[in-house]
Design a protein. Structure first.
Length: 318
């Protein structure tokens, strides 16, 4: 009798376990296969994903391919990334040679013929050309143009407007909603642009020394000159000659502030600071200047823009 009870008990437990497994599997299948009425948008990296979410709000589901604060130039897509793009209604990428793998690897691999919008957000914009020197010795060559457009609030606004237009084109039923959301973001970017212009109008200096030479559009917009310890690719390591050259330039311009994006190593900025202080006796300050490739220090894209202006004001004696 005892053995029979044990068998019945084991049988009952098995039935319960099988039932639980079936419920979990069915629930998972139901969740993953149910269609959503949200527009599926794939954006290559943080600023574009941020703009899309700010404009699309509750009517979009945004997938960001490159993890925040990851070096974009040498990132490589996985099969899962290609699958995400395959099912997207809108594909948003920066262009200008930054996320070249979208055009070179992902788009050619798509097999789904669904109607979708593929948006190069810098196509047709006025881009800054790179110099011959910037091409030489770079493992990751951007091509003929500086791709760091989003660093400028003015250029970012133009890119965000392209995203707004794509959302309306793909989902005209929610045009009023997208328009209201876009106007809010547009106002924020225009206010930041105006603040930069006003704040830096009376600057005493006009040269900035940065760890990563990615602030060309910011410099162009507000009449600055940038000098970078390294060039356009943030994953380079500066040579001793490059650091020596920056030291000479800083002495020449009597500027003793170095800007570093906290996402990347500031070791060579510290080396530069130590060497410059030894040579000149001047106090050298290292300040943050965000590249805005992801949330940092609990700051969003817009908050990083505002913070950058305050540090530029300090360094340029505005």
């Amino acid at each position: 009798m005892t053995r029979m009870n044990q068998k019945q008990k084991l049988l009952s437990i098995s039935v319960v376990l099988i039932a639980i497994i079936l419920i979990v599997v069915a629930s998972t299948f139901y969740t993953t296969t149910q269609p959503t009425d949200k527009l599926q948008v794939v954006a290559t990296f943080y600023p574009l994903a941020f703009f899309t979410q700010e404009i699309g709000g509750e009517h979009v589901q945004v997938t960001q391919l490159v993890p925040s604060n990851t070096e974009i130039h040498n990132w490589e897509p996985s099969a899962q990334d290609i699958t995400a793009v395959e099912t997207a209604d809108i594909i948003v990428y920066n262009g200008a040679g930054l996320d070249h793998w979208m055009q070179d690897e992902i788009l050619p691999a798509l097999t789904n013929t669904k109607t979708r919008t593929t948006l190069d957000t810098t196509d047709g914009l006025s881009l800054l050309q790179t110099t011959t020197e910037e091409h030489e010795g770079h493992e990751h060559d951007h091509g003929d143009y500086d791709p760091h457009t989003w660093v400028s609030p003015y250029m970012a606004k133009l890119q965000a407007e392209r995203i707004y237009e794509a959302l309306v084109q793909q989902d005209p039923a929610h045009e009023t909603y997208y328009t209201d959301m876009w106007e809010t973001l547009k106002t924020s970017l225009e206010q930041i642009d105006a603040d930069y212009t006003e704040t830096l109008a009376d600057k005493q200096k006009n040269t900035i020394f940065v760890s990563h030479e990615a602030f060309g559009y910011l410099a162009h917009r507000y009449n600055l000159t940038q000098h970078g310890v390294i060039g356009l690719s943030a994953d380079q390591q500066p040579s001793a000659a490059a650091i020596a050259n920056i030291i000479d330039l800083m002495v020449q311009h009597e500027t003793y502030v170095v800007y570093v994006d906290p996402v990347y190593s500031g070791e060579y900025a510290q080396t530069l600071k130590n060497e410059l202080e030894t040579q000149t006796g001047q106090t050298v300050t290292i300040l943050k200047l965000y590249l805005m490739t992801g949330p940092v220090d609990d700051k969003s894209y817009l908050e990083q823009q505002v913070f950058n202006l305050q540090n530029l004001k300090t360094g340029l004696e505005a």
